[in-house]
Design a protein around this ligand. Structure first.
Ligand SMILES: Cc1cc2nc3c(=O)[nH]c(=O)nc-3n(C[C@H](O)[C@H](O)[C@H](O)COP(=O)(O)OP(=O)(O)OC[C@H]3O[C@@H](n4cnc5c(N)ncnc54)[C@H](O)[C@@H]3O)c2cc1C
Length: 378
């Protein structure tokens, strides 16, 4: 039964879509997004090396989600919020602005990271063009440097090396080991896998970021190191150094912490604004801002319902370490690591027959229709 309350979800990425799915049965839900689809920020390596396969799992037009049928989606860029009047302002493709009223607002506009996660207004064609461009850049390169020590950098190095075994692939990272926010055991396993794939490992290298460069494109020039080593060169350099910027330009400073992320209580509410919530990478829940991968959407949806019903809210509890997939989908399946460093593998056969159709599309997304492949050929 849909109540008369209207919930506006600002940003329909990984967390926003899941939150909208959970709330659609209970409220009048409006989802606002700069993209006309869920374009996940996950699995950079898979996206770069096999974009058509990646797109089938990670680029899903909103009208394919059965559970979003009741949600009104607005394709536009959020430019402001009036907390007293309870409206957000949205700029459309033609430059005109509209106001959307809310009783509760969920902020899930995520972060900008490199060239693969942006708040830019894009059409389907432009999203496809981005995917194609990055893939072609790597296809044409004989040697590739990946700079960074987190999951995005590691999955890129691993996937490029296994997709194109003839390319020289080198991974440079600043510490003695990569994956500093994961359990140390995970790096031991991942290091072996990278070695098996032929990736050259270069610890102790901290890159100099050229003045004015936002790490938002694949470059071709040499990379200088502030740690004293001579410069390194390759035909293509992928910058995945975790330089994230919150997509909060549209919000007043009173809602943000000193780094521009949305301040939240453990209940994912914005202090002083009980009808405003935040979830996902934009929400300052914990040092790793981990509520997206730990299904903060579930707590958030519960709390929105509880807040309207005048019931007690639940708290989000973050694990201390990162977990999940690191290398991404490989020919022998998908390896996932727990916060304690244990690894388990979905074998390749189960990925297309069980994991994607049953666990992800039916279980997590509650039905995705017409899963036809997306053609990325120009
Ligand atoms: C089920 C699940 C499993 C995960 N598993 C892993 C894992 O195994 N390993 C791992 O490392 N991570 C994992 N993650 C986490 C993932 O890497 C990120 O944390 C997640 O993609 C962040 O989601 P988000 O909704 O906060 O941001 P995003 O998905 O980036 O969504 C933000 C959206 O808001 C839009 N937007 C931004 N600004 C505006 C604006 N002004 N106006 C309109 N729209 C705007 C953006 O274009 C984008 O569409 C997982 C996440 C989920 C949900």
């Amino acid at each position: 039964m849909i109540s008369r309350y209207r919930v506006v979800i600002a940003g329909l990425g990984d967390s926003g879509v899941l939150t909208a799915i959970r709330l659609a049965k209970h409220f009048d839900v409006v989802g606002i997004s700069a993209k006309p689809a869920l374009v996940s920020g996950q699995e950079l390596g898979w996206r770069l090396s096999r974009p058509e396969e990646w797109a089938r799992a990670n680029w899903i037009p909103f009208d394919r989600f059965r559970a979003l049928d009741r949600v009104r989606t607005v394709h536009g860029t959020l430019t402001g919020v009036d907390l007293d009047a309870r409206t957000v302002t949205v700029r459309g493709d033609d430059g005109s602005s509209i106001h959307e009223h809310f009783d509760a607002l969920v902020i899930s506009t995520g972060v900008t990271n490199g060239f693969w996660r942006t708040p830019d207004f894009q059409s389907h064609n432009e999203i496809g063009e981005d995917l194609r461009h990055a893939h072609t850049r790597l296809t044409d390169a004989e040697s590739v440097i990946v700079v960074g020590g987190g999951a995005a950098a590691i999955s890129s190095a691993a996937q490029i090396a296994t997709t194109w075994p003839d390319k020289r692939v080198d991974l440079y990272f600043p510490g003695e080991r990569a994956l500093p926010s994961h359990h140390p055991r995970i790096w031991e396993t991942v290091r072996r896998r990278l070695g098996d794939a032929g990736v050259g490992l270069h610890p102790g290298h901290r890159a100099v970021i050229p003045e004015g460069f936002d790490c938002d494109e694949i470059t071709g020039g040499p990379v200088d190191w502030s740690t004293g080593q001579p410069p390194s060169s390759a035909d293509a350099v992928v910058w995945a150094i975790g330089r994230v910027r919150p997509n909060t330009d549209w919000l007043p400073a009173e809602l943000l912490d000193e780094r521009g992320f949305v301040t939240v209580t453990p209940q994912l509410q914005v202090p002083g604004h009980p009808n405003v919530f935040a979830v996902g990478d934009v929400a300052a829940t914990d040092p790793l801002r981990s509520s997206a991968r730990n299904r903060g959407d579930g707590i958030l949806a519960y709390n929105v319902k509880a807040a309207f019903a005048g019931k007690p809210l639940r708290a989000y509890r973050a694990p201390k370490r990162r977990w999940g997939s690191v290398l991404g989908v490989q020919p022998n399946g998908l390896e996932v690591f727990t916060p304690k460093g244990q690894a388990f593998r979905f074998p390749a056969w189960s990925f297309d027959r069980v994991l994607m159709p049953v666990i992800v599309r039916r279980g997590i997304y509650r039905g995705v229709r017409d899963n036809r492949p997306i053609n990325l050929t120009p």
